[in-house]
Design a binder for this molecule. Structure first.
Ligand code: NAP
Ligand code: ZN
Length: 351
């Protein structure tokens, strides 16, 4: 397989900072699109992967799965975009295309294993996949998204992960004008959950540990903010919500949130991956037919649906643009929940 070298920013070990390196991209195949990356959002999953929080990171690792750029080359069979168009790539760059999940536009649940944009297995090169902290990426056209022309491109980048990860559960659980939705954690995912749930017409409450984010949350469209560390404040919303989207990245107690669900309500965990502590009581689940669920990003068709919705409703992420050389500092700020509300790398800084 022919390949070519591009500049990237990545890490060689869990405890090493990210720095400049070179990686290979495959030559453009018939169904492939080459994108010169203009902007890449910084997801907490990038940090989890760089630091091997989930285990399984193969180094060198090049994160980045909120990619916006310009199409620079297309294969002979490509019909979706043409050279010069803007395009997006999210968390997925491949899947089997044949299993029941893939046939139903749920590539993220591919039973033969989907390929992540980074730290996935690249079936063409036989190496790991490398993400968007790089000059260029080559992706099968099925996994490339069209970008609404009316939106700020840098602020669209986070929609490719933070947007779709919160959109998918909102749609799956049928959120609309009569829904009462809550969001746990005001970071990248959390602020998109508020905007998208509001866009769908729901009443939205934010649960946050950080009182000084209250004003921002209301400006982002939240109808109310509940400080999750204040027991009396939590009690004031007992039995209220149809759906809670929990974006907290680290282990935490979800029992207090269960009490705030309505009968038949669901809490969807999208943030923390692993075993929960303290133990989850089944009592309120059984007495109130409540559910605890999980959700992974979203399929390609659903991602396009979300982008089109955002184009129509003028929804983008709140961003702080950084240079790639500032990425290690950005990770430290992310660990302190000091992101308002998504870092986006201006990839021109890598040139
Ligand atoms: P983020 O920007 O760092 O935001 C996380 C927010 O959670 C923080 O701003 C903070 O909000 C709250 N928080 C952080 N640590 C906490 C703790 N120990 N206890 C309670 N609350 C805490 O992260 P993100 O990019 O939104 O990502 C969130 C999580 O989702 C990450 O674990 C990421 O890997 C995961 N993720 C999952 C999927 C999926 O498909 N399921 C996709 C993308 C990302 P407050 O200050 O308001 O409390
Ligand atoms: Zn992500």
């Amino acid at each position: 397989m022919n390949k070519f070298e591009v500049k990237a920013f990545g890490t060689q070990a869990a405890d090493a900072p990210l720095k400049q390196m070179n990686i290979n991209r495959r030559e453009v195949l018939a169904e492939d699109i080459e994108i010169e990356i203009m902007y890449c959002g910084v997801c907490h999953s990038d940090l989890h992967t760089a630091r091997n929080d989930w285990g399984g990171t193969v180094y060198p690792a090049v994160p980045g799965h909120e990619i916006i750029g310009k199409v620079t080359r297309v294969g002979s069979g490509v019909t979706k975009v043409k050279v010069g168009d803007f395009a997006g790539v999210g968390c997925l760059v491949d899947s089997c295309g044949e299993c029941e999940s893939c046939k139903h536009d749920l590539e993220q649940y591919c039973s033969n294993g989907w390929t992540g944009t980074y730290n996935g297995k690249d079936k063409h090169l036989g190496t790991r996949t490398y993400g968007g902290y790089s000059e260029k990426i080559v992706v099968d056209e099925h996994f490339v998204l069209k970008v609404p022309a009316n939106l700020n491109l840098a602020a669209v980048a986070p929609l490719l992960c933070a947007g779709i990860t919160t959109w998918s559960p909102l749609r799956h659980w049928g959120v609309g004008a009569n829904s009462k939705v809550a969001v746990v954690g005001l970071g990248g995912l959390g602020h998109m959950a508020i905007k998208l749930a509001k866009g769908l017409g729901a009443e939205v409450t934010l649960f946050s540990r950080t009182p000084d984010k209250m004003k921002d949350a209301l400006e982002l469209g939240a109808d109310a903010v509940v400080i999750s560390t204040d027991a009396d404040h939590m009690k004031s919303v007992t039995g209220k919500f149809d759906l809670i989207i929990d974006t907290v990245p680290y282990i935490h107690d979800i029992n207090p949130y269960i009490s705030t669900l309505n009968v038949s309500g669901t809490i969807v965990i999208v943030g923390f991956l692993g075993g929960l502590e303290p133990l989850l009581s089944t009592v309120p689940l059984i007495l109130g037919r409540k559910s605890v669920a999980g959700s992974l990003i979203g399929g390609i068709a659903e991602t396009q649906e979300m982008l089109d919705f955002c184009g129509k409703h003028n929804i983008v992420s709140e961003i702080e643009v950084i240079k790639i050389q500032e990425i290690n500092e950005a990770y430290e700020r992310m660990l302190k929940s000091d992101v308002r509300y998504r870092f986006v790398i201006d990839m021109a800084s890598l040139k």
